[in-house]
Design a protein around this ligand. Structure first.
Ligand SMILES: [Zn+2]
Length: 479
């Protein structure tokens, strides 16, 4: 059995590339700036940040008890800061038992990571990004994946005909998307008919084609559902669908708390509130609320403080056969006056306002700041997906998004009153309606204060949840 994963082998060449630009002896020795650990069930990350690239050699000792990874860092002197690495490993880390370090040779510091179980480490380096300098990253994955969705993902990635499988998967997902839309339409019709019969509802003329700019008018005084047009040509079937015909499969909602781990996202000015914490909290409330409902299964792309690369979040949604994807964020702007909620769907072409471009670039930078180890295969998958049609996805996302935005308008001021478009990497699943919610502005002192409260986090979660429910033709019941 090979000791190292495919990515480790890639790193081998990366290492030699390093040799070409690592400063000669006369240059100053690298200084360790910080050592951080991000323990999580999915994987544990250890990051060593330095002011210059580190030159290192490493090997895995599987015959040892415990199994360990030995890393020799060249051109380093052992400092107190580096010794702190030992204290940084949390005792509840699922994979790492302890980390030791010592001055192995006059200019070589040796780090030994003892593991609790057999692991598959991925080691890679990151160039300076955001506020970070050079980083050497050790991602410790379990050999046997425990999470069923990740297990599916890993298996898929290793299959030789992964590309064909992906294309088939997308086709299946697009079919699911269409079924959901038709079903929701039928439910809308039932609700409307019931409303007309009881005299509580006056029929509204359906719009012919929903466009990105169309949002049901936010109105808090009425509870009638906005009537929306189907994104597809009218279904050929003439019979009216009833609830009894609803399929038995639960609707899978993938909730994506933005950022995490190395990537804190936006940081509030007044209380230093971190976006990654607030959005995780909102996401967890939303998951709990949706999971209480019959016919819904809500999942998170991350349930702790660790980073998940953007494409990985989309892949998780696809592996879970998600019916809907919602990424939760908190905004920030240079001017503290900016406030309110906004909602985005993917823009694949056409005009994007410069502020939305800025926002997308900022969010997509998450992979650089959070630290993604992107393989050639990842790039290949991304390219294939981008060649597919997003028309139906964006159209459906706009409808779901409009419902969510409408619900958000009941609990918060809207920053933009219509569904916006931007080129967010996390929204790039051609087969899953996907939206990104900017809950409020962390850069606005008043909204930062609100975002920190459990009450407001709950309001946000319920508003998003109710919007999703309405999008699927169900009643808004979360409060
Ligand atoms: Zn964000």
């Amino acid at each position: 059995m090979s000791c190292f994963t495919r990515r480790d082998l890639i790193y081998g060449s990366l290492c030699s590339a390093f040799l070409t630009y690592v400063p000669a002896v006369s240059a100053k020795t690298p200084q360790i700036i910080d050592v951080r650990t991000w323990p999580a069930d999915e994987y544990t990350r250890v990051t060593i940040e330095s002011d210059a690239p580190l030159k290192l050699n490493y090997f895995m000792l599987r015959v040892a008890d415990p199994i360990r990874l030995v890393v020799d860092m060249d051109g380093l002197r052992l400092t107190d800061k580096l010794k702190n690495i030992i204290q940084k490993v949390k005792p509840n880390d699922p994979y790492i038992q302890r980390i030791r370090c010592g001055q192995y040779k006059p200019t070589v510091v040796r780090i030994t990571i003892d593991f609790k179980q057999d692991v598959s480490p991925q080691i890679f380096s990151l160039k300076p990004a955001g506020t970070y300098k050079y980083r050497t990253v050790f991602d410790v994955y379990p050999v046997q994946e425990k999470d069923p969705i990740l297990a599916i993902l890993k298996k898929e990635e290793e299959e030789p005909d992964a590309v064909q499988k992906l294309v088939a998967q997308v086709a299946e997902g697009q079919k699911r998307m269409e079924e959901n839309r038709e079903e929701a339409d039928a439910d809308q019709l039932e609700q409307i008919l019931a409303g007309i019969e009881s005299g509580t509802l006056v029929p509204v003329k359906p719009e012919v084609q929903p466009s990105a700019g169309k949002t049901p008018k936010p109105s808090s005084q009425t509870s009638k559902p906005p009537v929306i047009a189907s994104t597809k040509k009218k279904p050929q079937k003439t019979e009216t669908k009833t609830t009894s015909k609803r399929r038995t499969r639960a609707l899978v909602i993938m909730i994506d708390p933005g950022h995490g781990g190395e990537d804190p996202g936006a940081i509030g000015k007044r209380y230093r509130t971190r976006e990654k914490d607030v959005v995780l909290s909102v996401a967890k409330i939303l998951r709990a609320e949706l999971n209480r409902l019959e016919g819904f299964r809500a999942l998170l792309t991350r349930d702790g403080d660790y980073f998940v690369p953007l494409q990985r979040r989309v892949q998780k949604a696809r592996a879970a056969k998600a019916d809907f994807f919602v990424s939760i964020h908190a905004d920030a702007w240079v001017k503290p006056a900016a406030k309110g909620s906004s909602l985005f769907v993917l823009n694949t072409k056409g005009r994007v306002s410069s502020s939305n471009k800025w926002l997308a670039r900022n969010q997509n930078n998450a992979d650089l700041i959070g630290g993604a180890n992107i393989s050639t295969k990842d790039k290949q998958i991304a390219r294939i997906l981008m060649d597919m049609s997003f028309t139906a996805q964006v159209s459906d996302s706009t409808i779901y998004g409009a419902y969510i935005l409408n619900e958000l308008s009941r609990i918060n001021q809207l920053h933009k009153s219509k569904v916006e478009q931007a080129n967010f990497a996390v929204l790039k699943a051609p087969d899953i309606p996907s939206v990104l919610v900017e809950t409020a502005f962390l850069s606005n002192p008043e909204e930062e204060r609100k975002l920190r409260t459990q009450a407001f986090q709950r309001k946000l979660a319920c508003a998003i949840g109710n919007g999703i429910l309405k999008g699927f033709g169900r009643k808004a019941v979360l409060a």
